[in-house]
Design a binder for this molecule. Structure first.
Ligand code: SAM
Length: 293
């Protein structure tokens, strides 16, 4: 594989299983001038297991601004540099965003070397809808902020994906059950790609009970996936009064059959149900449905 000068490679690394490091990732890491790593000691172990001995520089949330500026200079001078994080894909709840966005502004070539990420890994096997999902990263740490965030998400009609740390798992699940409803389906994906990989699939109340009863289910790294809110059928929200008013208006000029057809189509309600109601209004009037004027 040929490495290009002045290029930033964003390289995904395994979540726990070394076998998930791609051939392309190995070749890239073995060939760049410099590897920027979140924790150089942690990454040195991975690199030495792969027989890679390239120079490392630490880039983490506390030094991102200053180190990114130095890396940009070196890219500008023609060096090739790889960015990795401790596990998974850099920038996904991991350092790297300031560097990548500045590199793009500077006109550097940026090449992603894709691979594992806990979001996609968890979604691929959770059995929840994947056609739409919202990645929320880590929920806020304090209870009031966390509940506010969950309240904002309660009606969102797509799968919700959260990262969470083991010591906040139980409180987060309790807050989710309180805001999303105890019966909302959820999946806890733990220790993905590792020896104790586990998927627990249950309504939120059941999931909470399970992790409270078994402290082993609170260990390690985890992703929480929550089914989206059921799609609201706006027609089902139509109040009977609004339907009655509509029917009464149409019945001034149209037959019962035609008025019922139009209202059924407009509201998505069953035609028989609307037809019966139209008949009642025609025969007896609907006190609160009578249009004014
Ligand atoms: N950049 C990483 C990625 O692409 O998934 C995520 C880094 S973030 C700092 C770490 C969080 O990712 C963990 O707290 C956990 O929520 C999730 N995670 C990472 N590895 C995992 C694994 N093996 N199993 C389950 N969740 C994992």
């Amino acid at each position: 594989m040929s490495i290009e000068s002045g290029t930033l490679y964003v390289v995904a690394t395994p979540l726990g299983n070394l076998g998930d490091l791609s051939q392309r990732a190995v070749e890239t890491l073995a060939s760049v001038d410099l590897i920027a790593a979140e924790d150089t000691r942690h990454s040195a172990k991975l690199l030495s297991a792969m027989g890679i001995g390239r120079p490392l520089i630490a880039l983490h949330e506390h030094n991102e601004t200053s180190i990114s500026a130095r890396i940009l200079e070196r890219l500008g001078a023609g060096e090739s540099i790889a960015l990795i994080s401790d596990a998974g894909t850099p920038l996904i709840s991991d350092p790297g965003y300031p560097l990548v966005s500045a590199a793009r502004r500077q006109g550097c070539k940026i090449v992603p070397i894709p691979g594992p990420s806990a979001i996609i890994c968890a979604l691929s096997a959770a059995g929840l809808p994947t056609d739409r999902f919202l990645f929320e990263g880590f929920p806020p740490r304090t209870a009031p902020a966390r509940r506010r965030r969950f309240e904002q998400l309660a009606e969102f009609p797509a799968t919700l994906v959260f990262y969470e740390s083991s010591h906040r798992l139980a409180e987060s699940l309790a807050d989710m059950a309180a805001t999303f409803g105890t019966e909302r389906r959820a999946v806890l994906a733990r220790e993905l790609t590792k020896l104790h990989e586990t998927f627990l699939d249950a309504p939120l109340a059941g999931l909470l009970e399970r992790v409270q009863q078994d402290p082993n289910q609170q260990r390690g790294e985890m992703v929480i996936l929550v089914a989206g809110a059921p799609e609201r059928n706006p027609a089902a929200d139509e109040s009977p009064i609004a339907i009655d008013r509509l029917l009464a208006l149409l019945l001034r000029d149209l037959s019962v059959k035609r008025a019922a057809e139009i209202v059924a189509e407009a509201t998505g309600r069953r035609r028989n149900e609307i037809y019966r109601r139209a008949l009642e209004i025609k025969d007896h009037g609907a006190s609160r449905a009578t249009p004014q004027g």
